[in-house]
Ligand binder design. Structure first.
Ligand code: 4AD
Ligand code: MG
Length: 478
């Protein structure tokens, strides 16, 4: 069986071929029927022609939208508009009928909300098959980027006993009886009787383990699922998402920014080239969606132009202090348009602030460094001012934060002190502290939210539409 992608490109015509796939549409009359077939190899369908001499209408009754069929026939140049080749069917096999009255994916425009409720079938639409092909290509691009540059992929564990980000947003992993857990004398749950003999959770980040590996392999990255029980029902948050976390020894915050910028530009360019058809389709989808918006909310750039812009322009690099200054003096702040007013140094930047900086002020990706130590994680390197850390967040237009990273605190004493301040028990992290005792060195890394980058590349505006089966609060179907 040949893929529809290959057949549509084929110049070797007038030969017999076999294709298999799912029926998108059927139309015709008493003399001839045309079926658009898709096998997922490309966003484009191949046209099958059934002549009534060989295929009376009755014999095609099971060839309905959603049915799975295979056809053998002659690949010929198409006389019709819209395609260069088509198949004159000679033999038809219906593998799986699709009950036409019940099949939810009809050949018409469905809302993304409706398709989310039918996530088990939405990959059969042009939009979602394009998104998931891009997802594959982006995964491959990321591995290729690092592999070509001497990084090693490290598999960090999914079950952990530590909270790397210290945000306490973890999903517990336990085999204790939920109704009647064993209790300690003080009435709290006795996790020493649990499967691992301690309290364990799904990981929120593979960074700490990546650091251990980087202090031996020099350049590593993780690429795995991460889990966060943050109860934020937004269009950018998932409870289960994928993160890429490179970690590099002998690298400071500047090297870290250079790496992140080069990496993002390279993988976006790779996918744009490899998935040109899908990106063109998604660009058109986005353009149509934009038409429905009020003029002021429309993006001045199309999807392809947005990708090109990021590929070809340096990211703006500013300090947290500069960011706060810009925000404080900004029009929306002075006119009290921000939900969270920007008044003093030290505040955490909200997504409305990040989007103002990227979309209105700089109109390009922005890297912010030098955040106040107290609003960032314990492992970040304390700057000489004793007040800020060598953190970096990368903000993208339409997305907000896409990358969070830092230079790491490699000094044993300083790290220990920081852990005390953040109430992180020393015993539970002795393995992490060991790296600072035995052969420590300047090192840095960052975490890229895979789905956030997917949103940027595909132009999909809800993170639930770039992962096959999204996990969000009150939603774990499929
Ligand atoms: O900024 P975060 O929390 O950084 C870390 O976890 C570090 N350990 C990374 C490192 O230095 N190795 O998360 C990194 C990125 C964010 O910038 C965002 O893109 C994404 O992960 N992210 C989420 N994506 C989807 N849903 C969520 N709930 C996310 N939380 C974070
Ligand atoms: Mg962050």
């Amino acid at each position: 069986m040949e893929s529809i992608k290959d057949l549509l490109k084929s110049t070797d015509l007038d030969r017999d071929v076999t294709v298999g796939g799912w029926v998108r549409t059927k139309r015709g009359n008493a003399y001839v029927n045309f079926v658009a077939l898709n096998d997922g190899s490309t966003v484009n369908n191949i046209q099958l022609v059934f002549e009534s001499g060989q295929f009376p209408e009755e014999s095609l009754k099971d060839v309905t939208t959603g049915a799975c069929i295979a056809v053998t026939g002659r690949l010929v140049a198409s006389e019709g508009k819209g395609q260069t080749v088509e198949i004159k069917a000679a033999k038809l096999t219906v593998h799986g009928k699709s009950h036409p009255d019940e099949y939810p994916i009809q050949p018409k425009k469905h809302s993304l909300e409706f398709l989310r409720e039918n996530a088990h079938l939405r990959v059969r639409t042009s939009t979602f098959s394009a998104v998931f092909r891009v997802r594959h290509s982006l995964t491959f691009a990321i591995h290729k980027y690092f592999n070509d540059r001497g990084f090693f992929n490290v598999h960090s564990p999914i079950i952990t006993g530590s909270d790397a980000e210290g945000a306490g947003e973890m999903f517990r992993v336990s085999t204790l009886d939920a109704k009647k857990p064993p209790l300690k004398e003080d009435g709290t749950v006795d996790f020493s009787q649990d499967f691992f003999g301690k309290e364990t959770n799904l990981t929120v980040s593979g960074q700490l383990q990546a650091e251990l590996a980087a202090l031996a392999l020099s350049k590593v990255y993780t690429f795995g699922p991460t889990f966060r029980a943050e109860n934020s029902n937004t269009s950018r948050h998932l409870a289960e998402f994928w993160m890429i976390e490179p970690e590099v020894a002998f690298c400071d915050i500047h090297g870290n920014m250079d790496l992140a910028e080069d990496f993002l530009q390279w993988v976006i360019a790779y996918v744009k080239e490899q998935c040109a058809d899908d990106i063109a389709f998604l660009a058109q989808r986005l353009a149509e969606e934009e038409k429905g918006k009020p003029e002021a909310e429309r993006s001045p750039l199309g999807l392809v132009e947005k990708l090109d812009f990021v590929i070809n322009n340096r990211f703006e690099r500013i300090s947290y202090t500069e960011a706060v200054e810009i925000l404080r003096n900004s029009q929306p702040n002075r006119k009290k348009k921000f939900q969270y007013p920007v008044d003093e140094w030290g505040i955490d930047l909200q997504s409305e602030h990040e989007r103002f900086l990227v979309e209105k002020h700089f109109q390009r990706p922005v890297i912010i460094t030098g955040y106040p130590a107290k609003i960032k994680a314990f492992y970040m390197k304390l700057n000489e001012d004793g007040n800020t850390v060598a953190a970096m967040d990368i903000l993208f237009p339409g997305i907000g934060e896409i990358v969070g990273g830092s230079q790491r605190e490699e000094r044993y004493e300083v790290l220990l002190e920081k852990m005390k301040q953040f109430h992180i028990p020393e015993e539970s992290m002795s393995w992490y502290l060991d790296t600072r005792k035995f052969g420590t060195v300047t090192h840095s890394g960052f975490g890229l939210g895979f789905e956030r980058l997917m949103m940027f590349i595909t132009g999909m505006t809800n993170v639930r539409d770039v992962i096959p089966f999204p996990r969000t609060p009150n939603n774990c179907e499929f």
